[in-house]
Design a protein around this ligand. Structure first.
Ligand code: SF4
Length: 691
């Protein structure tokens, strides 16, 4: 298939949505693009309905096609590009002069290509000189990243290829629902017996040999209990523990108290089911423990993931071919997006921004003095919370925080309190509608670049179509702004391949080392998983087979203990509220809600409720309900589900306006990862008052 960026009849690329990055082949031209799945190893000829309908994204009715600037009457008016960029640069200059460089914030996205993510981090640190940059990936996988780095010395979502899962006998999925969120992954799990940890009976849980259904916010205690059982029942791998790990004694100090009976009392998971889960995992020749957002999105998310890693280590799984631990990253470039410097505390190469050697190396590549680089900034929610205070301007690329951030009404208020909000997007998202300046940018099939999927494999995104008239790439936008802010044009290339060449140099020597990867190798079809430190290096599909990335080569158990969610149900708010995704939609829904077939499949917000709970609230299936918390109220239609816990209601988070699930979610942050507690808050359920 063609890879010439638009001249050939067919173009091999990848789905625009999730981290599985299913391989696709595109054909056709403007208004008539056809997609078919390719035989790429992660999807093997499969796609979910989001992938099948992706071409419709290119032709959405309200596609942004010209820059918009808000006029004196408060209306967004079309302007030419020069006017839009001049306006942004001029106002940024004024705000910086008055309030200092940290008064300008940047908010990126886990769907941006590696090249865009890299250039955005550099733009913030060099062109703006601000420390205030973070991105929506903080809401996605930051807890697993923190736990993975602590345990293994490096974080790569899956430290093995997805295809390895196909030979597993048993897979434990903690807070992951791939049957709904990335269905083609289930092809790799067909042979395996599944142990699913989820408060809801999800589509994945329906496939499980054992479904452990803990109360929301208690999965850390459950993981401690499973470790407890593995130890007391003599199911640990003592040779592996002695040779490849440290710290079990300290972890055991805390797990020792979590007897199966105590775990059952707190979590509601019967002792027999706990035992069965451990037995299945321990007796399997090849087994995996995988975590997802359900384990991560807590104010103790990093510790929860660490507890599941402890279990995997006790059973001797990580770093053994055919077994392991991994995190199912969510967003399209959730992996690459976290490696190139969008994160408040990181520089490219997945390096710490406070490490003097990393600062010196990256500053050298950027042609600036190390001491000119700002230090760490605020995490995503903390940055949003500071808007209108000491942060006066925000540039948003590839994100829709008005819908996807917790405590959404407050965040919307903060966005509105800014002196300047600039949003680069290809659709008028809810955040773009609040902006002072909207910049229309390219999308997947209109651009070249790379993404890194959930198995650390670097992939080429290829262009079938040119950008529509009036639309520019994000790299062109950053170039235009950098030059207006006094930067040397040469240092801000707009060709993705040139940006990638610089990214490679910046990553050299870091954990996520891309030095040996280039477009030519990728276009030749090489499967390159980072680290790939030299041009002739074959890449590293499987990490940790000989040693973990800590200096002593050993993995570290984490001494973690259960603690309650920041907010628990009580008299006023007697139920658990929890949030998640559905198959038809992706993240804030800004893209998928615009696609007729997907919108028809799940057209409006709903709240899933157990029939007994609904009856107690005086609600029937299809009634309009209000779900209220300390922070706000969601209005959504009731969907009865007999398999849900009676103490829990579930809200998908893809919808705008009064149906925004995040109106009720709690921004309590994990102290290690700064992840908000999307998965647990206290709510009440009542019939909606007529509007
Ligand atoms: Fe796209 Fe993910 Fe669906 Fe694959 S599973 S088609 S990458 S949304």
């Amino acid at each position: 298939s063609g890879s010439d960026g638009g001249g050939g009849p067919e173009v091999a690329t990848h789905c625009p949505y999730c981290a599985l990055q299913c391989g696709t082949v595109l054909a056709g031209g403007p208004g008539a693009v056809a997609v078919r799945p390719s035989d790429f190893p992660v999807n093997r000829g499969g796609l979910c309905r989001k992938g099948w309908t992706a071409p419709a994204l290119l032709d959405v009715r309200d596609r942004l096609r010209e820059p918009l600037v808000r006029d004196a009457d408060g209306r967004l008016r079309p302007v030419d590009w020069a006017t839009a960029l001049d306006t942004v640069a001029e106002r940024l200059r004024r705000i910086r002069a008055e309030h200092g460089p940290d008064a300008v914030g940047v908010f990126g996205g886990g769907g941006l290509t590696n090249e865009k993510a890299y250039q955005l981090g550099k733009f913030a640190r060099v062109a703006l000189g601000t420390s205030q940059i973070d991105y929506n990936g903080r809401f996605c996988m930051s807890s697993a990243a923190a736990a993975g780095i602590a345990a293994f010395g490096v974080d790569r979502g899956l430290p093995f290829p997805v295809a390895d899962l196909g030979r597993a006998e048993v897979v434990l999925l903690a807070g992951a629902n791939p049957a709904e969120t990335m269905p083609p992954l289930m092809r790799h799990l067909e042979q395996a017996r599944l142990v699913v940890v989820d408060p809801r009976r999800t589509r994945t849980a329906e496939r499980a040999a054992v479904h452990l259904q803990p109360a929301p916010g208690t999965d850390l205690a459950l993981a401690l209990g499973l470790l407890h059982l593995a130890v007391v029942e003599g199911r640990t791998d003592s040779g592996y523990l002695a040779e490849r790990t440290t710290g079990l004694e300290d972890a055991w100090q805390l797990a020792a108290g979590w007897t199966p009976e105590r775990v059952e009392r707190l979590t509601g998971v019967p002792v027999a089911e706990q035992r069965e889960a451990v037995r299945l995992l321990a007796e399997a020749e090849r087994a995996y423990v995988l975590t997802g957002r359900g384990a991560e999105q807590h104010s103790k998310g990093a510790d929860t993931v660490a507890a599941f890693i402890n279990l995997a280590l006790a059973l001797g799984l990580p770093g053994r071919e055919g077994s392991g631990y991994g995190c199912l990253t969510g967003q399209g470039n959730g992996q690459g997006g976290r490696e190139h410097g969008q994160k408040a505390d990181q520089l490219p190469g997945y390096r710490s921004i406070t490490d003097p050697a990393a600062r010196a190396h990256v500053a050298g590549v950027w042609g600036v003095a190390p001491e000119s680089l700002p230090g760490p900034g605020r995490s995503a929610y903390e940055l949003l919370d500071a808007l209108g205070g000491d942060v006066r301007a925000l540039l948003v690329f590839g994100s829709n925080p008005a819908v996807s951030a917790p405590r959404a009404a407050h965040v919307t208020e903060r966005l509105a309190a800014l002196d300047l909000l600039v949003v680069a997007d290809f659709v008028p998202s809810e955040t773009a509608r609040l902006a002072d300046v909207v910049l229309p940018v390219t999308q997947w099939a209109e651009e070249e670049g790379t993404l890194t999927n959930l198995e650390g494999r670097v992939l080429r995104r290829r262009r079938l179509l040119g950008p529509p008239p009036g639309v520019r790439s994000d790299l062109e936008v950053l170039h235009g702004l950098a030059v207006r802010l006094g930067q040397d044009a040469e240092r801000w290339p707009t060709e993705p391949e040139r940006v990638f060449a610089e990214l490679r140099r910046a990553s050299r020597g870091g954990a996520a080392d891309y030095s040996g990867i280039d477009y030519r190798r990728l276009d030749a079809g090489e499967a390159l998983h980072w680290p790939c430190p030299e041009p002739g290096h074959p890449g590293t599909p499987r990490l940790f087979l000989d040693r973990f990335a800590h200096p002593d080569g050993r993995a570290r158990f984490a001494a973690v203990d259960h603690r309650d969610a920041a907010e628990l149900p009580g008299e006023r708010y007697p139920l658990f509220g929890t949030t998640g995704r559905v198959l038809a939609h992706y993240q804030s829904g800004a893209q998928t809600r615009r696609i007729a077939e997907l919108a028809a499949a799940v057209p409006e917000p709903y709240v899933e409720v157990h029939p007994d709970t609904a009856a107690r609230a005086g609600l029937a299936d299809g009634d309009l309900a209000e779900v209220g918390s300390e922070r706000g109220t969601v209005t959504a239609r009731v969907r009865l589900s007999g398999s849900l816990r009676t103490d829990t209601v579930f809200l998908p988070f893809h919808f705008p306006g009064a149906g925004r699930a995040n109106l009720v979610t709690n921004p309590a942050l994990d102290p290690r990862s700064r992840m908000p507690e999307f998965k647990v808050c206290a709510v009440r359920l009542s019939p909606a008052t007529e509007s």
